[in-house]
Design a protein around this ligand. Structure first.
Ligand SMILES: [Zn+2]
Length: 63
């Protein structure tokens, strides 16, 4: 029996490979010992880690 080949409706984001957000440290630790960071979301999937197949096709066509 052949495996089901229907494409999944959602694909892992090609830009971030599913790692949609990254914590970027801003420098040395604060006086209280915490590390100042900002969370940066992937611009393609907006932090979701996956994109709908339709949007993925549109993104590929726009390049
Ligand atoms: Zn992404």
């Amino acid at each position: 029996m052949m495996p089901q080949t229907t494409p999944a409706p959602v694909r892992v984001c090609p830009d971030c490979d599913g790692h949609a957000t990254a914590a970027v440290s801003l420098g040395p630790r604060r006086a209280d010992g915490t590390l100042p960071t900002v969370t940066v979301a992937c611009r393609t999937c907006h932090g979701a880690g996956a994109v709908p197949a339709r949007r993925l096709a549109l993104a590929a066509a726009g390049r």
